[in-house]
Design a protein around this ligand. Structure first.
Ligand code: DGJ
Length: 727
């Protein structure tokens, strides 16, 4: 049983982490401990680090309560207005117009398994995999009941969190902020690790000590965004990639978010994660409930690498769903960088013929097959086949591809509308907009108001019509601009703060409907590359287009950064043409293959233009990836190195018998004595290099490392070393 509750003490223990909290005599829920798992014990508040008192400055509890001050006590879910001056997890306005909330313990329940969060993506667990604790807290004057939901996983070092707010009073309550996760820690020994970036340069890791006062990682873009990812880690100053304490926090949501840290005068740390309050409010009428998205907490005593592997396992087994969760994904060719908008059926079939000859399994037709879409100025929303490009329609194309032995995929950008579209001419009010203000275009498009049922129904009708008109096994779901002028024609002025979250609920509802209607469909998420690479999307799309930057050297950092939180199998990665379309860089074909094989593999170039030598290389890569795919999908991933002169990573198969280690020299120096130490092997076991036949001990490979010098790696060269455990 991972959850123990007695004498007002709650002890939650996953396989590797513990969280303890206690109800004080006055009913406050104070935090005692989060970190490495603790044995079950008869703990009390006094057993844990004392919180400092500031009696002359900070307000005290109006009644004796066993804590010095609410201003310094560690709180499980801090509120505003009672003397805790650190940021609060919730703010709500009741009848009296103030934001003060005093949440006190009301009741709790514990049950096996994990509840769904209505309308939202979340991790899932069978009854024997997890246990859930719900603690109800109540603010008497307003009648607001806040339920903290904790699910403790038995096989992962994971505790998930979400919050329900129920109006049990007589008057409306307006929520202004409601975080999913709050965590107070008694001392600041942490660096913050987060992933920043921009379009075509997503998820660059940055590590920086927490500072006194606040730090904020957030998005107000209506998407989790290219610029900041909804993930952070708190990492002990001493911790490295493989040693020491690292706590990871991921938000299972694809819209605007906020992650905040605060270090107080005594060095106590607060972390908050939730919906971005900047453009949020939600009116709860009596009897109504609001559910927050989920926050995931991962604990590792094996550094950042251990944290990432825990996220990878959780997301691969308890977030990603459907038939593709446990299957190798098809090796595909996407025509975007091959043709952009300039294609027709014959061109696609010629790429398809080359693909089939080379062993590639699917052709994905990207942007440009619908409306009058010869460039990006028009037609989003008009999801009808362009018969100039595809005179015989989708079925004919799909039939011909299937006759060649290929599957077919298709591109949509459902959430968008071009001002130059029949849809916009018929329904201008379907776009997000604010009456009296001009709409700001981006890429010549506006954003559809996904909070509207009629918009969702139209998109479902158009997409299901297309998807049932031909055999289509895959959809790339794109989203190419961020929000502005967020307003919905259907909501009254005092509810406009609900639009962004209602948009996300509408989006998730449409994704769910499409997957229910087409259960075998493989969805690939995309948002101008990796602008919505988050745990929320992974619930629907088991793979996501990692970045519009397809340059193999740039991808080294993008993919390693992404791997901090997301499994390699979720990163779509393609071999593209050289000079690279984004950077102009020329990189050997082999290196491009090695980098792309670090994720869900494919091609994004005109296969008909390859030389014979390159075609032979494609055949080799395709055959190799078939062998690697199960290892990449299920194995343990290690970031070995990422410096300007060497990037290296490794996957060890789930049963420990296969090892795939890859290394690339982004920039050669004249001193090129490269070696790399492997990880995750058995010291005493022997491993055979599948190319050279040479046998090494695990200890040798991990401590002395593999000498890469014999591979004579020059600028932008790469090597993949495969080892098999000798039984
Ligand atoms: C952005 C995507 O990331 C690209 O791969 C491509 O699908 C374009 N959109 C199409 O407009």
């Amino acid at each position: 049983m991972p959850i123990f509750a007695y004498d007002n003490l709650f002890q939650l223990r996953s396989s590797g982490s513990s969280l303890l909290m206690q109800v004080t005599p006055a009913g406050r829920l104070v935090h005692l401990y989060y970190g490495h798992s603790l044995p079950e014990g008869d703990y009390t508040l006094a057993d844990f680090p004392p919180t400092p008192s500031q009696p002359s400055i900070s307000p005290n509890s109006p009644e004796p309560d066993g804590i010095d001050s609410v201003g310094t006590a560690l709180s499980e879910y801090p509120t505003f207005g009672l003397g805790d001056f650190r940021p609060s997890a919730i703010q709500a306005v009741g009848e009296d117009g103030t934001r003060v909330l005093d949440l006190r313990y009301h009741c709790h329940k514990i049950y096996p398994g994990k509840p769904r969060i209505p309308g939202l993506p979340a991790t899932y667990a069978a009854d024997d995999e997890a246990e859930t604790l719900e603690i109800e807290l109540m603010d008497d004057p307003t009648g607001l009941i806040v339920t903290l939901v904790y699910t403790v996983f038995e096989n992962h070092p994971v505790i998930t969190r979400s919050v329900k707010a129920f109006n049990g009073g007589q008057k409306p309550i307006k929520l202004l902020r409601i975080d999913s996760l709050a965590l107070d820690l008694p001392e600041n020994r942490y660096d913050l690790v987060h992933l920043w970036g921009c379009w075509a340069m997503e998820r660059t890791p940055e590590r920086t000590p927490l500072i006194h006062g606040g730090m904020k990682i957030s998005s107000t873009r209506g998407a989790s965004s290219h610029t900041h990812n909804p993930f952070v880690a708190l990492v002990d100053h001493e911790a490295t990639e493989e040693y020491g304490e690292a706590m990871g926090f991921a938000f299972v949501y694809s819209g605007s978010f906020q992650i905040q840290t605060e270090v107080d005068f005594a060095g106590q740390v607060r972390l908050l994660m939730g919906l971005n309050p900047d453009n949020f409010s939600w009116t709860l009428n009596p009897g109504e409930q609001f559910n927050t998205p989920e926050g995931v907490m991962v604990y590792s005593d094996q550094g950042l690498g251990g944290m990432s592997r825990a996220f990878h396992k959780l997301f691969s087994h308890n977030l990603i769903r459907g038939p593709w969760r446990d299957k190798d994904r098809p090796i595909l060719v996407n025509n975007w960088e091959a043709t952009y908008f300039n294609f027709n059926e014959e061109k696609l079939l010629s790429i398809g013929r080359s693909a089939a000859e080379l062993g590639i399994e699917m052709l994905v037709m990207d942007d440009g097959w619908f409306g009058k879409r010869d460039d990006d100025h028009s037609s989003l929303g008009d999801w009808f086949v362009d018969h100039h490009k595809l005179p015989e329609g989708l079925k004919s194309l799909s039939d011909k591809l299937h006759e060649m032995g290929l599957k077919m995929g298709i591109w949509f950008e459902p959430e968008m509308i071009s001002p130059d579209s029949d849809l916009y001419r018929a329904h201008p009010d379907w776009a997000l907009h604010i009456p009296g203000r001009p709409n700001s275009p981006s890429r010549w498009q506006y954003v559809l108001d996904m909070s509207r049922q009629d918009v969702q129904d139209y998109l479902f009708e158009r997409m299901s019509d297309i998807l049932s008109s031909a055999k289509i096994e895959y959809v790339k779901w794109d989203f190419n601009r961020n929000f502005s002028e967020v307003g919905s024609a259907l909501l009254p002025p005092d509810r406009q703060g609900e639009v962004e979250h209602r948009y996300m609920l509408g989006l998730y509802s449409l994704l769910e409907r499409i997957l229910t209607a087409f259960p075998e469909l493989l969805l690939e998420g995309c948002a101008g590359g990796g602008g919505r690479f988050d745990a929320g999307m992974l619930y629907y799309a088991p793979q996501i287009w990692t970045s519009d930057d397809t340059d193999a050297i740039e991808r080294l950092t993008i993919q390693q950064g992404t791997s901090y939180c997301y499994p390699p199998s979720t990163m779509s990665a393609h071999v593209s043409a050289c000079p690279n379309h984004q950077t102009g860089r020329v990189t050997p074909f082999k290196t491009r293959g090695i980098v792309a094989m670090g994720g869900s593999f494919g091609y994004e170039l005109d296969l008909t233009k390859l030389s014979d030598e390159e075609k032979e290389e494609v055949k080799r890569q395709v055959a190799l990836y078939h062998e690697l795919a199960p290892v990449i999908r299920n194995g343990d991933y290690y970031r070995l190195e990422n410096s300007p002169t060497l990037a290296a990573w490794e996957t060890v198969s789930a049963d420990g018998t296969e090892v795939v280690a890859s290394a690339v020299v982004p920039m050669a120096r004249i001193v090129n004595t490269h070696f790399v130490r492997l990880r995750g092997l058995e010291e005493e076991a022997s491993y055979r290099d599948m190319d050279s036949g040479k046998v090494y001990s695990g200890g040798m490979l991990m401590h002395a490392g593999i000498n890469l010098t014999p591979y004579r790696l020059r600028d932008r060269d790469g090597v993949m070393i495969r080892l098999k455990k000798v039984e």
